[in-house]
Each structure stands twice: as C-alpha cells, then as structure tokens.
Design a protein around this ligand. Structure first.
Ligand SMILES: [Zn+2]
Ligand SMILES: [Zn+2]
Length: 582
C-alpha cells in the first residue's frame, strides 16, 4: 500500500474570546477645544461635550478616560499615566504640554497632597501615615465637591466662552482657594436651587450620559417626581447665574489679599518667597505650615482668640468650632476652658469658615511678634497634648518650612533642657525631628535664653511628668488640666494621688486638697493635710469641682521655688494670707 502524503491540516485561527474584538485605531476628534487656563479635565470634558453635542460618557470612552467598565473614575481628575495622557492629547488635538497641565497632580510641586511622589513612591504621604495603597490622600483635595466663582463659570466675551462657558478651575479643588480675586467674591460650593454640593456624586462627571451646559447643576432635583426608571430628573440650574457671595467689608480686603498670595504660591506666579516667622520660607511648604496650624487652632480654640483681628473673624471661628463639635456647647458660658475635641484634620466644609481658619493660621505665620506667636503655639501644643493632633503635627513636621519647624520645636527644646537635670535621659532626636538648617542655632539660642526657667516652663514640665508616670487616671489629668485655675498650679503624684502645689519646689505646699482613685472607678477627695477629708466624687469632673471649691483665696500661678521661699515672698509682699494652717 502506497503511502499518500496528505497536505498539513489548515491552521485554524483561535476563536476570538467574547469581548476581545480588536480595538479600532484611535482617531482625533473632528472638532475640539483649546483648554482654558487652569482648567480641569472634568470641566474640559463638559465643555467639549456641549460643543460636540455628545455625552461626557461617549467622549470619555473616545478619549480613553473611561475605565474598562466604561465608567468615569475620579483618577483623571488627579493624574493620567504617560500613555493615557498622550492618547488624550492626540484625540483632543492638544499639545502634550496643554494636556499635562490639566490633572490636579500638575500642582503637586506647590501643594504636597497633590505631589504624587509623596503619595505612592515614598513611605509617607501628607498625613505622615504610611500609605500602602498609593491612593492620594484626598481630605485636603476637594475631589467630591468643587467650589466655583459664578462669573468665572459664565466666561468672558470670547465667542467660544459665550457659547460653552468658562473653565471649571483646578485651583477650585484646593481648600486653600476660597475666593476669586478677579471678581472679588467668595467662591460658592452649593447650587442655590437644589442645595447640593457640587458635583454631588462620586466620579469624574455626575450624570455622564446627559448633554448639558457645562455650568448647569448635574445634581438630582429633590422636588421633581421620579421618572419611569425611578431616578429623579436633573436639577439643571445654571450655576453661572448664582448670586456672587459678597465678602463682609471688615474681612474683604484681608481675605482677598491673602487669596492673591496663596494663588501666587500655588501657581508659582511670583518670585517672592512667603514669610514664616519673619524668615523667607519655601513656597511649597507654606501650605503645609498653614494646614498644621489650622488643625492646632481649631483643636485648641479659643487659645488663639486674643490676637488683634476683625471681631467677625473670631465670631465665625466660634461658630465653626461649635458646629464641628457639638460637645463644645457643654462648656460653661464665659469659661475659657479649652475642650478636648476630636481631631479634625479636614478643611471646614463651609467656604467662609475655611477662609476664616486659613486667615487665622496665616496671621500667626505672618505676625511681627515672633516670640508671642511661638509662645502661643507652645500653649496650643501643650493643650493638645496626648490628642491625635500632637502626633499628627510631629509626623508632619518634615513637610513644613524650616522656620516653622524651628518655631515649633524651640520651646519643646527649651523645655527638654529644663527637664534634663530631673533625671530622665532624653533620647536623641530622630532625623525628621531635627528640622532643617538653622535648627541647631535656634536650639542653642533657646537653651541660652531659658537658663532661668519661667513658672510656665516648670508647671508644663510638671504636667508632662504627671502624665508620663502613668500613676493617675488620664481622665482625671485631662479634667484637671482643662481647668485654668488648676493648670497654673504645680501638679505631682504620690501613691496614686494627684496633688496640686502653689510652688514648684519640694516638698510643695500642703494647702490644697488632693484626689485619690477609689476601687469602684470614682474618687475620694482628702486634705489639704493627710488627716483631713472632703468627701467622695463619682466622676473626674465632680472631683475637680470639689478641689476648686476648696482652693485657698488668691491662689495664683505656681511660685518658682520651695515652700519656704514662697512663704518669705508672701510675707514680703503680704498679698496672700492662707485661710488656716495647722
Ligand atoms: Zn471669578
Ligand atoms: Zn442644583
């Protein structure tokens, strides 16, 4: 049998798996738009959609901004990969430089939360916390709402802008931008018709399937009936017709000047360096300084209330603090007791409240009396001690300007120097705590300056020691420290009791009752002498009120010295007469 050579079987091409159809070659859009200065990608997409009469969803797919599921994620607002950026530029007929300027990440060299190097490549992001996911830390970037100036949204007299409106700006997504210097108004962040914040939803563009004017509100109209698909129709209000937010005359000039300075920093428009505590600071670090001060000021308000500023600003700050923590309403009227507040590492949602906190923080950095401000910052930090704010500030100091680091650290250094003879060895500072150039000088000057510690230094050191030795319940220390009349006394502990002395030296004055913990979680007040007793208290606050009732008359800040020196001082001045001493 002869073998017949068969031709090889034809090669069958593999069946295309479903959904794997070959992608059409991207082609540039027939018509496009030149981006406006400071325009965001979502805003550009809205104008393009209006110009081409195509929904933002279709354009997002065409330009490669949509994800694999065809949805519009938030990411293009922040950054695009090089390949995505080139594709977007090609399809929209833009130069690469034009396209590169549009994601918010392009402001990263001046605004650390947007510096994507910090976010993904480095161990620390702006929170100072380890960022494992590489997702940008968004609290200090307004990704879920946007601010706007109605007049800027309306655009200028250019025919393209007349037809499709002005830009939704990149800088409106940054909490440090609260006003429009061109139109001298506060930015808005709500639609006056539906009262929603903008854009009112997660994702690049809300309602991506609808073609609307770029200035129209895309939130759902709460008053309208649901349609057949059970969704509410769009509000549609023209935001460019929102009445401008007028700034109160007492704040107007100051806020607009501040806004101009901050915009110059953000957009690198001015060669002038910002001034921090009288020294030129690094522009890219100024907003980091402001942010930490905003947290400290809010956390310890009203400690920063006494600087000279328009009265309205203090009132706005009072209101802000009250709304950000309902517990502050429990403070007795007229009391200057700083409340322990939950940490608010978040810009205030109200534009005016946000502007107010920024302005107060800026006032501290710019104040001519640096010593006073350094002292104020020290007082605020002491009051915020053992709250998350202290840890947050410590972790974030590496991102701050050298002048801020020095100003912040100077008093702590001085305090450490006064504590050193008391025995505890101090650990060497970690590199991030050491600060930048000039820090060692500041350290030396401050140690020299405080060769004779003040009563505040010694009393603060006493409070720190009481906290650190852990022998007294923290709630009791908190309650005592929150009371100004006790905070100025020298605290010490023995046998689990908390004592208060009118002098800083041993063996202290024995003329104020002291507090012992009881097994049932309450307290017992005894003293002033060991043989005397006052009575029980169920809570730390109750215990503190009982101490306050038994304070000797004229009991002021702790005297620097021993009880004998205090007695001699009082005899010489004859201003204080103890009620009765045994
Ligand atoms: Zn404007
Ligand atoms: Zn609306």
């Amino acid at each position: 049998m002869a073998m017949i050579e068969l031709p090889p079987p034809p090669r069958i091409p593999p069946r295309p798996r479903s959904g794997m159809r070959s992608k059409p070659e991207p082609r540039p859009l027939p018509r496009s738009l030149v981006p406006l200065p400071d325009e965001t990608i979502p805003g550009y997409l809205l104008r393009l959609s209006h110009r081409l009469d195509q929904s933002p969803a279709i354009l997002a797919r065409a330009t490669g901004l949509a994800n694999a599921s065809g949805l519009l994620p938030n990411k293009p607002l922040l950054r695009l990969t090089d390949a995505a950026l080139r594709q977007f530029a090609f399809i929209c007929r833009l130069t690469e430089i034009e396209a590169r300027a549009m994601p918010l990440g392009s402001l990263g060299h001046r605004y650390i939360p947007l510096d994507l190097k910090f976010q993904s490549g480095r161990a620390y992001n702006w929170t100072g916390l380890r960022s494992s996911s590489g997702i940008p830390y968004v609290r200090w970037i307004l990704t879920r709402d946007a601010r706007f100036c109605p007049s800027c949204l309306a655009g200028n007299s250019d025919p393209i802008q007349l037809a499709h409106g002005g830009a939704w700006k990149r800088t409106w997504r940054i909490p440090f931008v609260f006003a429009c210097p061109d139109h001298e108004c506060l930015l808005s962040n709500r639609c006056p018709q539906c009262d929603n914040t903008l854009p009112g939803g997660v994702g690049l563009v809300h309602r991506p399937g609808e073609v609307l004017h770029p200035a129209q509100c895309r939130s759902s109209d709460p008053d309208a009936d649901r349609d057949s698909r059970n969704s509410r129709p769009c509000c549609g209000f023209r935001l460019d017709s929102t009445p401008a937010q007028i700034i109160d005359p007492s704040l107007r000039e100051g806020l607009l000047a501040l806004q101009r300075r901050l915009l110059n920093i953000l957009l690198a428009d001015s060669p002038d360096l910002p001034i921090v505590f009288g020294r030129p600071g690094e522009p890219e670090r100024y907003l980091a300084d402001l942010r930490l001060l905003m947290i400290l000021i809010t956390q310890t308000w009203p400690l920063a209330r006494n600087l000279d500023r328009p009265a309205l600003m203090n009132e706005l700050m009072d209101q802000h603090v009250e709304t950000c923590n309902p517990r502050t309403q429990m403070t007795a009227p007229g009391s200057d007791k700083p409340e322990r507040r939950p940490l608010s590492d978040i810009p205030p949602s109200g534009v005016l409240a946000c502007a107010t906190v920024i302005a107060i923080a800026d006032q501290l950095l710019q104040h001519p009396d640096h010593t006073r401000i350094e002292e104020l910052i020290f007082t605020m930090t002491s009051a915020a001690q053992r709250t998350p704010a202290t840890e947050l500030v410590r972790r974030n100091l590496p991102f701050c300007s050298a002048a801020f680091k020095d100003g912040y650290s100077a008093h702590w250094t001085a305090l450490k120097a006064t504590r050193r003879p008391r025995g505890k060895p101090t650990r060497p500072a970690k590199p991030e705590e050491r600060g930048g150039a000039g820090f060692t000088d500041a350290l030396r000057q401050n140690v020299a300056m405080t060769a004779v510690p003040t009563w505040q230094d010694l009393v603060e050191a006493g409070w720190r020691e009481v906290r650190e030795d852990g022998r007294v319940r923290e709630e009791l220390i908190d309650a005592a420290y929150a009371e100004p009349r006790l905070r100025q006394l020298f605290p010490w502990t023995g046998m689990g009791e908390l004592h208060f002395s009118r002098c800083t030296g041993k063996r202290w004055t024995w003329d104020i009752p002291y507090i012992q913990p009881t097994a049932n979680g309450g307290y017992w007040i005894s003293g002033p002498l060991r043989i005397q007793s006052v009575g029980p208290a169920w809570t730390a606050d109750e215990a503190i009120s009982m101490i306050l009732e038994h304070l000797p008359p004229g009991c002021g800040p702790a005297f620097v010295g021993t009880p004998e020196e205090l007695a001699a001082h009082e005899a010489a001045n004859a201003t204080y007469r103890p009620a009765a001493k045994e």
